[in-house]
Design a protein around this ligand. Structure first.
Ligand code: C2E
Ligand code: MG
Ligand code: MG
Ligand code: MG
Length: 292
């Protein structure tokens, strides 16, 4: 009887795995279809200058709007895309869409802001991102100086052979480079010092510590100070409370993203937010006043 039960458990377990595997394969097929049927879109989250309170940039974040399921977050499909060649297609599409949008905003009179696009380590590995960026910038007309590419520590660590050369050529096109989710990987600032980076993005987990953990706050403050020592601009990710913002201002962090300002927005809503910032400036209403 024990044997039967054991077999029963095994059968149950393996069936479970099969279901998970089947779901993955199904999701991959649906994602492939979603790309063809243009169900992907890009949301934009403001990047705010801490000293002035003004929006100076935005991060482009991909979304999948499924006609039945609604909005599917990137955490559910980027990892699957990364296991296949789909990440190259998605990455290329997001880059092109963002540059076209940015150029449209420029010609329709929005002030120039930096647009940041996430680049997966797999994209760095598998496709010629330097040639792709050159093509997309030329086709869209978007200025290279306003494009920022976000790479992660693992993007650098896993591509050690040619990553320096690659980053150098992106920089010589005028493209800015940010290190994303800093503090979650195994690299040190001392190691990153040798790469031609412009921006260091402190991962949300350190911001979450403010004001609850003294150690966590010291780490955040130290990352800001060391980033500055290395000549980098420092951005804090995932700022949600006035206390966090006050701490970051006090420690001279340069910019932030977070729900306290805005969630990622569809392009139209982001443009509306930019227009209301322009109106506020014309009416001399100080953008910091909303936090006081
Ligand atoms: P990330 O690049 O670190 O992006 C920041 C994430 O933090 C976004 O999640 C954003 O919505 C979220 N966030 C921002 N402020 C707050 C806050 O105040 N509180 C909280 N709880 N969250 C906040 P999202 O859009 O779900 O993206 C998750 C991750 O998916 C990104 O992390 C990035 O690694 C990946 N991703 C998104 N779009 C792309 C893309 O186009 N290409 C690639 N390769 N990866 C992407
Ligand atoms: Mg990012
Ligand atoms: Mg990040
Ligand atoms: Mg993150």
């Amino acid at each position: 009887q024990a044997k039967d039960q054991g077999r029963g458990c095994f059968a149950y377990f393996s069936e479970d795995l099969t279901i998970a595997a089947r779901e993955r394969i199904e999701l991959e097929a649906r994602l492939r279809r979603a790309i063809q049927q243009q169900e992907l879109c890009v949301y934009y989250q403001p990047q705010v200058d801490i000293a002035s309170g003004l929006i100076v940039g935005a991060e482009a974040l991909v979304r999948w709007i499924d006609p039945n399921e609604g909005l599917i977050p990137p955490a559910r499909f980027i990892p699957i895309a990364e296991e296949t060649s789909l990440i190259e297609e998605i990455g290329e599409w997001v880059l092109r869409e963002t540059c076209n949008q940015g150029q449209y905003w420029l010609v329709t009179g929005l002030p120039p802001i930096t647009l940041a696009v996430n680049i997966s380590p797999y994209q760095l590995k598998r496709c010629d991102i330097n040639a792709l960026a050159a093509t997309v910038l030329a086709e869209s007309g978007f200025p290279a100086q306003l494009l920022e590419l976000e790479i992660t520590e693992s993007g650098i660590m896993e591509n050690q052979d040619n990553v320096m050369e690659l980053l150098d050529s992106l920089r010589s096109q005028g493209i800015r480079l940010a290190i994303d989710d800093f503090g979650t990987g195994y690299s040190s600032l001392a190691y990153l010092k040798s790469f031609p980076l412009n921006v260091l993005k402190i991962d949300k987990r350190f911001i979450d510590d403010i004001p609850y953990s003294k150690d966590g706050m010291e780490i955040a403050a130290t990352i800001i100070a060391m980033g500055h020592t290395l000549g980098l601009k420092v951005l804090a990710e995932g700022v949600e409370t006035p206390e966090q913002l006050a701490f970051l201002r006090e420690r001279h962090c340069d910019t932030y993203q977070g729900y306290i300002k805005s969630r990622p927005l569809p392009a139209k809503e982001f443009a509306n937010l930019m227009h209301s910032q322009l109106d506020d400036m014309v009416n001399k209403r100080h953008p910091l006043s909303s936090y006081q």
